[in-house]
Design a binder for this molecule. Structure first.
Ligand code: IMP
Length: 451
């Protein structure tokens, strides 16, 4: 059996808490897209682990797989693996040989392009981890893959091809002085980041380590074998539907597919394998966004400050304060359709308790025309006026006590809110987050219970 967990909104929906809660039964936990742009916190045996690349299951003794749809920064990979070992764990992490490698120059290009786009308000507010430029090289058939790191001759060949044009791009298009003293926020010298010999030595060394520790796999074959042997697989999505490069608010998106289809393409199992399992959309009870782009239900002022403080809405990877908005149902309808949710988990319900007012956007309007889902272009989406439905705010409640008593113990107004959400996305509520602690999740159904 498989369970796929995906973000229904803009990332940071609290996927980690559910991956954690439902992380016991699976034998394998697979990331299928993105890279070290995905901050997640895992709590196990009272210990807290902060990871941005390694799948959370690795902390719990499961096999953690980075699928072919991921982009892998080996420096982050080994620093997270070593960090877990230093804390007495023995993480079993496997990396697809078809996954692409984030090179130092990708990080440089990421910040350079963001800077360039700023004048036209086109910057995505990226995490600066080189995600976009790495996927760009992948699609441009000039990327370096994990499998290439294992063969120094092939690695050299790939670098020899890609570096001259990459240098040109950096110097001529972005005007960077690669041999100058000024270095952006990068763990290596700017000159090294574009230097053939330096890169070859460094990345061949990573290749030796990957080979020595037998970390690389043919991901699809590996997973299908484990699935056929009866192992349970959890697909752990990063980011969210509205950041999906196809289904999100392009161009204010990440460069991969965080929707459920990505779990098949990004891991090499058939879509039927994913489709026969559960697909759980993780929803935050309101909206938060770390990057730029349209957000029709955005709120500001003291109400936004209150929600931001209570919800701890500051970026995990970047520390930036997040933008805040009311729950946006057009966004959720779109997410549920794109991924085929079989259930949803709603987080941060406690954050809304005790507010003076409470709204959700049930639809949008542009010039009187009603939209049930977001329009396809960012310009139209930005022009959308939310059609709000008012809800009665519920009073503060004890998260721990409610979690142990069950969903019926929630204030009636909170249950109305959840019923409306569930009806809109046509999927049952499997869990409700009512506080930051592990013990503050109400579980209505466990997606593994059938498998
Ligand atoms: P990138 O993935 O670093 O290229 O960033 C592209 C967009 O996705 C930006 O708006 C980022 O803020 C957003 N983003 C990337 N990763 C996350 C995440 O884990 N949570 C929330 N937003 C993210």
């Amino acid at each position: 059996m498989t369970v796929t967990i995906v973000g229904a909104q803009l990332g940071d929906e609290g996927k980690g808490a559910l991956v954690d809660r439902w992380g016991g039964p699976p034998d394998v936990v697979v990331r299928f897209q993105g890279g070290d742009n995905a901050g997640h916190t895992v709590v196990n045996d009272g210990q807290e682990y902060k990871l941005s690349l390694v799948p959370s299951g690795a902390v719990r003794g499961k096999t953690g797989v980075l699928g072919n749809g991921c982009v892998v920064n080996p420096r982050t990979l080994f620093s997270e693996v070593d960090g877990l070992r230093d804390r007495g764990l023995n993480p079993n992490v496997r990396v697809a040989r078809r996954a692409h490698v984030i090179m130092p120059y990708h990080r440089v290009l990421d910040s350079a392009e963001e800077g360039e786009k700023e004048d036209d308000d086109l910057e995505a507010g990226t995490t600066g981890r080189g995600i976009g430029p790495t996927y760009e090289d992948k699609a441009g058939r000039r990327g370096v893959r994990v499998g290439d790191l294992l063969n120094p001759d092939v690695l050299r060949n790939r670098l020899e091809y890609v570096l001259p044009r990459t240098r040109l791009l950096a110097e001529e298009v972005y005007g960077l002085d690669l041999d100058g003293a000024e270095t952006p926020d990068l763990p290596v010298d700017l000159a090294d980041a574009f230097d053939l010999d330096w890169l070859h030595t460094k990345f061949a060394e990573y290749g030796r380590r990957l080979r020595g520790e037998e970390m690389t796999i043919d991901c699809g074959s590996y997973l299908v074998e484990r699935y056929a042997a009866g192992d349970r697989i959890l697909f752990e999505g990063a980011q969210g539907t509205s950041l999906d490069i196809d289904h999100g608010g392009y161009p204010y998106v990440t460069s991969s597919n965080p929707t459920a289809g990505g779990a098949a393409v990004g891991s090499g199992v058939g879509p039927g394998v994913v489709g026969q399992g559960e697909v759980v959309g993780i929803v935050k009870a309101y909206l938060s966004k770390v990057g730029t782009g349209p957000m029709p239900t955005e709120i500001d002022g003291s109400l936004a400050d209150e929600v931001r403080e209570r919800g701890g809405e500051f970026g995990t990877v970047t520390g930036r304060p997040r933008r805040i908005g009311w729950l946006d149902l057009p966004m959720l309808r779109h997410a549920s359709r794109a991924s085929g949710f079989t259930g949803v988990a709603v987080n941060h319900l406690d954050v809304l308790a005790g507010l003076d007012e409470l709204r959700v956007a049930e639809a949008y309007k542009i010039d009187g025309e009603r939209f049930a889902v977001p329009p396809a272009t960012a310009e139209q989406w930005a022009a959308c006026e939310p059609v709000y439905r008012e809800f009665t705010p519920w009073p503060e409640f004890d998260g721990r006590a409610t979690a142990s008593e069950g969903i019926e113990a929630l204030p009636a107004a909170a249950r109305d809110y959840l019923d409306y959400l569930s009806e809109t996305v046509d999927a049952p509520v499997y869990a409700v987050g009512v506080g930051p602690d592990r013990a503050e999740t109400i579980e209505v159904a466990n997606p593994w219970s059938d498998g």
